[in-house]
Write a protein that binds this ligand. Sequence first.
Ligand code: UD1
Ligand code: CA
Length: 458
Amino acid sequence: MENLKAVILAAGEGTRMRSKKPKVLHEILNKTMIDYVIDTAKGCGAQEVCVVVGHKAEEVKEAVVKDGVSFALQAEQKGTGHAVMMVGDFIETNGDVLILYGDTPLIQGDTLQKLVKKHRQEDLGATVISATVDNPEGYGRIIRDAHGNFMKIVEHKDATPEERCINEINTGIYIFKGVHLKASLEKLDNHNVQGEYYLPDCLELILKAGGKVGAVTAQDDKEFFGVNSRVQLAEATQIMKARINRRHMENGVTLVDAENTYIDAQVKIGMDTVILPGCVLEGKTEIGEDCKIGPNARLTDMRLGDGVTFQSSTGIESEIGNHTTVGPFAYIRPNCKIGENVKVGDFVEVKNSTVGNGTKIPHLAYIGDTDAGEKVNFGCGSIMVNYDGEKKHRTTVEDRVFVGCNANLVAPVTVKAGAYIAAGSTITRDVPEDVLAVARARQIIIEGWQKKKIKKES
Ligand code: UD1
Ligand code: CA
């Protein structure tokens, strides 16, 4: 949107979190609260964002690495108005400024867009979002005149008993014309019960200077829920979780037990995929169509094709092709590229490896630092011995190789296409194409051994 900037207040200490970490860096579904607010501000068209930091400022600055975000320092917290003063010339006289909070992560882009629209259509100097709540305790109250026009905001601590009966509250989210915001901040004082510079007082100052102020009433007061404690963090997580899950269901994904499905904000899921109970889908995970995930699967930064089954397993930073099945109880560690129609079965660990189409690793195997071709069969107990105690080495297993049960391939080693590895072999040298490699002691039979043993013992 043209000429739109956002200021996010995040200087407060947040003592009630009881944490070493700054409040706004606490996470909801693996994303910090401040990141949600920044993304929402940008998503609704703010071209530049300025975050006001104070408590543990350096930590907050380091954690926020986003383009188009600058910081202003509020060394001492003297109120919300004082915090906005700190941004100085970030406020431009020819544009609008949204005011948001680092600890109010549930605010949605649509709501802000409506706010901007009304503000601009009605050419207002400032527009505040209000909400009607059952328990207005602690909030600033919206005071209107007999015609219902906005007059001012009175903080709870400064309010008269009559004013405290009003249950239309200030959500704390506003849009200002830069020129009005600047002028009103210059006039702001701290003559109130808390001795703070109150940002809401700017609205009254704008009215008094001849500007127009509007208030829009929010439909969903959950959006303005501020997080001050771990209990509220858990509540906000539930709300965010429900919102994300609903979006996926509306897009054609079945969540069998949405209560027990945890999907991070960025995750993408294709149509007709079914998510069974107990799944945690994290980071940049992308899942194709017609997949069946879970129960109890954890996917972190994974990319799955279409028709994949991923049961009771963990996958991290890897790719899985169409119609491959994984699990139960498999562990896909970072940097794997697993092809189509592959079977990665129970108690199989795959790490830093490529696995070609149609390959089968049905059970109890370790495939580490390996490049496996197509239609390879890894028997039960196959181990790619990738570590010599000092260094990691790679193993190459070409197309159609059959690795017998309980075989060790000691890296670096290559098994050429079509070769067979006899069960129980420990392979230390390269194996040519289409041969059978046997690397184990030949079986011998000792006749009459049992009888001799009994004699000896008696
Ligand atoms: C504020 C509003 C109140 C509104 C409520 C909605 C004021 C004076 N009051 O009250 O009308 O109903 O929000 O939740 O604005 N912050 C700073 N620097 C400061 C002070 C605050 O960065 O000097 C930040 C805090 O970190 C916090 C936010 O601003 O994220 C709000 O401050 P807080 O003191 O919690 O305001 P409230 O008392 O809740
Ligand atoms: Ca306060």
